[in-house]
Design a protein around this ligand. Sequence first.
Ligand code: ATP
Length: 243
Amino acid sequence: NKPAIIIEQISKTYYKGKKQEINAVRPLNLTVPAGQIFGFLGPNGAGKTTTIKMICGLIRPTTGHIYVNGYDVIRERWNAMRQIGAVLEGTRNIHWRLSAWQNLLYFGRLKGCYPREIKQRGTELLHDLDLWDRRHTEIREFSRGMQQKVAIACALIADPPVILLDEPTLGLDIEAARVVKEWIWKLAHERGKTIVLTTHQLDIAQALCHRIAIIQKGSILADQPLDVLLDKLGPGEFYSIKI
Ligand code: ATP
């Protein structure tokens, strides 16, 4: 498969005051082939969110380049953004006082979709995610799992080929987590989407990801032999770690 995401030597340093530097992400190289699910697995503060935010152009890397479907995220921002749908930091990107349907209309228009497209894709998404019957209810009345599903639907309204998901099942009950996991799997396997997700739950990474990078203190753990990393992940023939 052609690469959907190419990351070349990106790093991010935050500065706190004049003296304190936080190396949130240390120089990182990565290629994600189209149609694959790639997982960043690591504890809180490891640098997963920072990496995802750099890929979707929300924050600028201190060094390095990122290409999404061939577009430079910094220099060809608009074209790169059209390739990406992102769900960041839980569900904060959706509007609480709007209904699921109104949120889809809002994000669809924001992303430059025609009303006809929004109607067709929105209907499909709401059915697929089992939200159709409640489409006119305000989001604030929804459970956390339903809100997360709406956030994912909004990220997909313009049918982007690349999807970025930050902790997609965090805080969801078992049933909602199951629906979201199945949905992610289908997006890659049935619709050919490329997905990058972060998680600190090993079982999610194991169940979904074609490839996993374990990230800690801003670095991909490269100093351990592969079998040690595999040992940590447990057996499983689907998973390979490529560093
Ligand atoms: P979490 O699961 O808690 O979000 P994470 O693996 O996603 O963790 P990041 O949020 O990327 O990790 O954070 C990596 C490091 O960068 C942490 O030490 C964090 O405190 C720091 N950091 C993140 N954002 C900022 C910021 N805006 N300014 C300063 N430091 C930051």
